[in-house]
Ligand binder design. Sequence first.
Ligand code: NAP
Ligand code: G4F
Length: 384
Amino acid sequence: MHKRALVTGITGQDGSYLAEFLLSKGYTVHGLIRRASTFNTGRIEHIYADPHAPEARLFLHYGDLSDSGQMANLIFNIRPDEVYHLAAQSHVRVSFDMPEYTGDSTGLGTTRLLEAIRRSGIKTRYYQASSSEMFGAAPPPQSEKTPFYPRSPYAAAKVYAYWMAVNYREGYGLFACNGILFNHESPRRGETFVTRKVTRAVANMLAGRQKKLYLGNLDAKRDWGFAPEYVEMMWLMLNQDEPDDFVVGTGTSYSIRDLVERAFDYMGVEVEWQGEGREERGLVRSVNPKWRGALSPGNAIIEIDPRYFRPTEVACLQADIGKAREKLSWEPRVTFDELVKIMVDYDVRAAGLAPIGEGISVCQSKGFCYTNHDFSLSEAIREA
Ligand code: NAP
Ligand code: G4F
């Protein structure tokens, strides 16, 4: 009998990788998707099979975090062995524009799901997608023991959801785990998060389709890892003897400025910075002659747009991964430099240019399959 998992947020970056991973482990996967007037299943199309087919193990169900009735219905009827709660309004900058909605979906949505589990009386294991944003202004490195100091409506909603998961564990004996994940990225990262925004800009500029990249705070530092590795940790947490909370990150931290420099540098474009504050600009210092048609030395390619500033910023996130190392034998496999190369390779190819290929090689050599779709684990699924 296949184990059954319910994944909320299956159409997102993490949900899509997690679904692939669980299918590769022989699970039947049920995913919650939102009804939209446009397709929102692009990240999971390659693993979707006709549900009428006897071999189908991926099933999608309409629902929304605001709809407690549908959550109760799904929990009661699917009776999942494991629930991975990944759905959320996950954009920090947007949460300042939509604080109430963010609280309702990211915060209360969690309570609705936890209540559906409690009231159904089923025995299941529950993963809560907690975030390093909860640490906010707490100085790095941040561990499971670091007090939270949320700096955005998103982070405040995640702190609430974190404690709800802990309360259901302590109050009702639910096997609930918080994965406190630091930033993790991939070629499937949403285009408005800073890593993907930068790697797409590199590709589009070289393809002659974009002249400027507008960014906000260049000095903020983040602990960036590779998303496919992090979804494995979600599963690992739920498959321990006891429920517990874990910080997951790489233990290293880089600024947005570092990210920009490395992404361009990989493609042979050297960036230099001039000016200060809102007047700061990134210019091309030198460029591989191959790209001379698109970029020339002296071109101002990066400018600051205050629209991307946040009323309260998180200056530096850097994980202390001692507990995950010790109890889950966690060791991140993909470095920041490799992550940047993976994402640039993908976006360069998507822009119709030939990728350098070092990122692709990393994925192959470290066991992440590379397909024409993207960095996918789907070969592992076929073997399962
Ligand atoms: P993502 O790409 O933004 O995906 C979010 C998912 O939630 C999408 O499937 C989205 O559906 C769904 N969703 C949003 N609002 C919903 C609603 N009201 N009802 C039902 N579904 C809804 O996020 P991600 O990067 O995969 O992150 C997964 C989870 O981990 C999130 O909870 C995020 O806050 C948390 N997290 C992420 C990171 C990170 O660095 N990626 C770090 C720590 C924690 P649509 O596709 O229809 O929009
Ligand atoms: O890529 P970001 O938008 O990610 P952020 O805010 O760190 O949040 C992500 O990671 C969290 C984990 O810590 C998740 F919980 C959350 O769901 C999400 O996945 O911004 C990263 C940094 C920020 O300091 C931001 O101010 O980049 C800075 N930044 C500078 N210019 C920019 C931009 N961010 C965005 N999105 N766009 C810019 O133009």
